[in-house]
Design a protein around this ligand. Structure first.
Ligand code: 3PY
Length: 248
C-alpha cells in the first residue's frame, strides 16, 4: 500500500532535561523533509518538555505505557486522559520489557489498548516471541495469541491500532531479525488483521528490535514492514534521522 511509514522512537528509561533538549531540537531541525510520520515515546516526566520543544513540528509525541484505568486509586500509574493533556498521540502497550519485568499479561495489554483508544490515543501494541519460543517453533502461535487478545477486545476499532513486531531475542541484544524473518511474521500478522477487520492494509505493522541506521533500509523495504519502533538508535539524532530518511 502507499501509506506513509511510521518511525517511532522508544527512549525507554533514558534521557534528562539537557540531553532531551539537544536531541529534540536536532530532530526537529533535521526532519523538515521527512516524508514519513515520526514520533518519540518519552518517559512520562518529560512529556511537557518534549511537547514544548516539538511545537509546530511534525514530530508526534508518545508515551511508553498507559494505565488500563481512566482514573482512581492506582498509585504510580499514569492515565490516558492525563497523557492526552500533553498532546500524546501514541502509547506503547505490552512492550516485552513490561511483559517480562512487570508481569503484564495478554489480557492486561488488551485492556490498556482499549483504554488508550477510548481516550483518543493510538496504542502501539507490541508482540514478539522469546528465543526459546522461536527455537521451539512457536513463533506463529505466540504472536497470534498476543495479537488476538487485543483484536478481540477491540473488534470494532482495530484499524486504529499500530502493531509492533519485536522479537524478544532482538531487543537490546544487537541481534536483528533478518528482513526475511521479519517479513514472514509481518505477513502472518497482516493476514490475522485482515481476517478480523477486512482492511488490514491500513494498519501499520512496525518492526522493532535493534533496528538501526545500518539495517533500517533493508527492513523497511519489505512489503509488510510499515515502519519501525526504535530503541537505542532513537537516542542519537544522526542515527534516528538516518532511519527517518530511509523511511521517507
Ligand atoms: C529495541 O529496539 O530494542 C526496542 O525494544 C524498541 O522498542
Amino acid at each position: 500500500t502507499d501509506k506513509k511509514k511510521l518511525i517511532a522512537g522508544n527512549w525507554k528509561m533514558n534521557g534528562n532535561l539537557e540531553a532531551n533538549d539537544a536531541l529534540v531540537r536536532a530532530l526537529v531541525a533535521g526532519m523538515k523533509d521527512a516524508a514519513c510520520d515520526v514520533a518519540v515515546c518519552v518517559p512520562a516526566p518529560y512529556l511537557a518538555q518534549v511537547q514544548m520543544l516539538r511545537h509546530g513540528a511534525k514530530l508526534d509525541l508518545g508515551a511508553q505505557d498507559v494505565s488500563q484505568h481512566a482514573s482512581g486509586a492506582y498509585t504510580g500509574e499514569v492515565s490516558a486522559p492525563m497523557l492526552r493533556e500533553f498532546g500524546v498521540r501514541y502509547a506503547i502497550v505490552g512492550h516485552s520489557e513490561r511483559r517480562q519485568y512487570h508481569g503484564e499479561t495478554d489480557t492486561l495489554v488488551a485492556e490498556k489498548a482499549k483504554t488508550a483508544l477510548a481516550h483518543g490515543i493510538t496504542p502501539i501494541v507490541c508482540v514478539g516471541e522469546t528465543l526459546a519460543e522461536r527455537e521451539a517453533g512457536k513463533t506463529e502461535e505466540v504472536v497470534k495469541r498476543q495479537l488476538a487478545a487485543v483484536i478481540h477486545v477491540n473488534g470494532h476499532c482495530i484499524s486504529e491500532i499500530v502493531v509492533a513486531y519485536e522479537p524478544v531475542w532482538a531487543i537490546g541484544t544487537g541481534r536483528t531479525a533478518t528482513p526475511e524473518q521479519a517479513q514472514q511474521v509481518h505477513a502472518l500478522l497482516r493476514k490475522q488483521l485482515a481476517a478480523a477487520t477486512g482492511h488490514a492494509g491500513r494498519v501499520h505493522i512496525l518492526y522493532g528490535g535493534s533496528m538501526n541506521a545500518a539495517n533500517a533500509a533493508s527492513l523497511l523495504a519489505q512489503p509488510d514492514i510499515d515502519g519501525g519502533l526504535i530503541g537505542g538508535a532513537s537516542l542519537k539524532a544522526p542515527d534516528f534521522l538516518q532511519i527517518i530518511a530511509a523511511a521517507s
